[in-house]
Each structure stands twice: as C-alpha cells, then as structure tokens.
Design a protein around this ligand. Structure first.
Ligand code: ZN
Length: 167
C-alpha cells in the first residue's frame, strides 16, 4: 500500500488518572506551610549550611540536616518577568519569578514575585521581599500556597480578601 492511500482510523476517547504522589523527606516543609504558614529550611549538622529549599542531606558534606524555621523575609538573587505561563497563573501575567534567599538561609529558592504594578526595577537583585500566603483552607501544601511581594507592598497584599500574612 502506498503512503498516499493510507488513512488512519481515529477514535476519540479519554483517560482519567486519579493519583497521589509523596514529597518524601521534604514533606514537613509542605505540611508546615499548609497548616502554619511556616517556611522550614534545613541546616547541616556538620557544616551548618542552611538549605532552602530544604535538603534532607547536605549536598556539600553529605551529612544529615535538621529542620530550622526561617523568616518570611528575604531578598532577590536573580529574577525574570513571565509572560507565558500555565492555567494556574494566567490571571497573574505579567509576574516575576526569582531565586529568593530568605534571611538566615544560605541558598535561594525559586518562587513567584507578584507586584501591583510590575516594573523591572521592583524585581532587581537585592530587592527585599516578603511572603504572602493563601488563606487557611485554600492552602493545599503546595508551592502555589504562597508567593513573594516587594516589602513595601506587603501590607497592601495581605489586606486582600484571598490572602493573608504570616505571623
Ligand atoms: Zn554540610
């Protein structure tokens, strides 16, 4: 049979997949985020390096780490502005994503940075930011439970009905 005579027969169908996955050794980060708006990093028991996002073993000396609660404030290490995104964030475009080093942490975490009036000067390296959380009951124990805003916009963001500040 020649290629031009070929006709594929196609049937439309659906696949529904119901599943769950585990966050393993990093579960505490997500549980404490959901229940208590805590940002838990880990500290190496040997060299003292503080990891955020948390690592259960130090990547530099391979020793076990211990949990350490970090403040909700930090600063931007590097950032970019997002114009194309997934359905979860399409209403937020344009927004920024940044590596943020929380105060007392030694490493940076990738997270969204929202601003009322986003201009590049607001997401520069060194910009102080603070975490804003979804309300109790809306938090699912996921990274989308919180985001960062420039420090001087914090009070404005937590006054919105859908968000709240940490304690
Ligand atoms: Zn270490």
């Amino acid at each position: 049979m020649s290629e031009k005579d070929f006709q594929a027969h196609e049937i439309r169908d659906q696949i529904h997949i119901d599943y769950k996955y585990t966050l393993g050794g990093q579960s505490k980060f997500f549980i404490d985020l959901k229940n208590d708006k805590k940002l838990q990093g880990t500290r190496c028991k040997k060299c003292g390096k503080v990891w955020m996002p948390p690592r259960i073993a130090c990547s530099e000396c391979f020793e076990d780490t211990e949990w350490i609660e970090l403040p909700h404030t930090g600063e931007i290490m590097v950032s970019t502005i997002v114009w194309y995104t997934t359905s979860d964030f399409i209403q937020k475009v344009p927004y920024a994503v940044a590596f943020i080093k929380l105060d007392n942490a030694d490493t940076g975490m990738l997270q969204g940075v929202f601003s009322e009036n986003l201009v590049p000067s607001k997401i520069r390296k060194g910009q102080k930011v603070k975490a804003v959380f979804k309300k109790e009951g809306e938090r699912k124990g996921k990274m989308t439970d919180f985001f960062f805003v420039p420090e001087n916009e914090y009070e404005n963001w937590i006054s919105k009905p859908e968000y709240e500040g940490g304690e």
